[in-house]
Structures are given as structure tokens and as C-alpha cells.
Write a protein that binds this ligand. Structure first.
Ligand SMILES: Nc1ncnc2c1ncn2[C@@H]1O[C@H](COP(=O)(O)OP(=O)(O)OP(=O)(O)O)[C@@H](O)[C@H]1O
Ligand SMILES: [Mg+2]
Length: 112
């Protein structure tokens, strides 16, 4: 089991949700987050020095999945969220020790 985490541009969320639904994911969690990547958000020059880092608004999408589906999820999210401009985001995959479905008490892959 893995957790696929994607940080995307807010306007890409609808397309990402649609692509994930089409793929048949069981669920997803989204959060409004802020962050910066290699361009450090937006920097300004003050007395000759770059001095300020801003955190740009992004959406974090989290999907629990079987390890087998992870590559497909990464692929469709990347395709749906890509504009080709800076700040399109990042996707990472983390191995999971355990998942529990609270209502039924199921654990493991059948809990996803
Ligand atoms: N190394 C990182 N660690 C944690 N979060 C990151 C990292 N890089 C990017 N992020 C998150 O992803 C968001 C978008 O990153 P971004 O797409 O700007 O990455 P980038 O590496 O600068 O690529 P690009 O050059 O295309 O802009 C950031 O605002 C931040 O929330
Ligand atoms: Mg960037």
C-alpha cells in the first residue's frame, strides 16, 4: 500500500479529480496548502539583495492506493496538472505500514 501525495496548482484540481475518478480511485483527501519550489515563490530585491520568500497557494491531493496502481495514479495526475509552466507541482509516493477502515475495522488493502 502506498500514499500518493500531489501538490498542484489550485485551478488543476477539477481536472485531477476527474482523472482520478476515471481511474477508479476509492477516495481522496485534499487540503489547501502553501509552499514554494525552486523559484522560492516570488522574491523581491531590497537594497540589492533578494530578501523575501512568499508561499504560493497550492492544493495537496492525497490518495491511498495499492502499490500496483501507484504508477498509473502518478501518470494521470501529472498529465492532468501539467501546464508546462513553473509551479505545476510535485508528486511523491510513500510506502504505508497500515490502513484501517474505521466503520468496518478492516485493515490492509481491503480497507482502502
Ligand atoms: N522539495 C520540496 N519539498 C516539499 N514540497 C515541495 C518541494 N518542491 C516543491 N514543493 C511543493 O510543491 C509546490 C510546487 O512546486 P514547484 O512546481 O514550483 O516545484 P519546482 O521544483 O520549483 O518545479 P518548477 O521549476 O516547475 O516550478 C510548492 O509550492 C511546494 O508546496
Ligand atoms: Mg517552482
Amino acid at each position: 500500500m502506498v500514499l500518493v501525495t500531489a501538490v498542484i496548482k489550485p485551478h488543476a484540481l477539477d481536472a485531477v479529480r476527474e482523472a482520478l475518478s476515471y481511474l477508479g480511485v476509492a477516495g481522496m483527501t485534499i487540503s489547501e496548502v502553501k509552499g514554494f519550489g525552486r523559484q522560492h515563490g516570488h522574491t523581491e530585491i531590497y537594497r540589492g539583495a533578494e530578501y523575501r520568500v512568499e508561499y504560493l497557494p497550492k492544493i495537496k491531493v492525497e490518495v491511498l492506493s495499492s502499490a500496483e496502481m501507484a504508477d498509473d495514479i502518478v501518470e494521470v495526475v501529472a498529465k492532468a496538472a501539467r501546464t508546462g509552466k513553473i509551479g505545476d507541482g510535485k508528486i511523491w509516493v510513500t510506502a504505508l505500514d497500515s490502513v484501517t477502515r474505521i466503520r468496518t475495522g478492516e485493515t490492509g488493502p481491503s480497507a482502502i
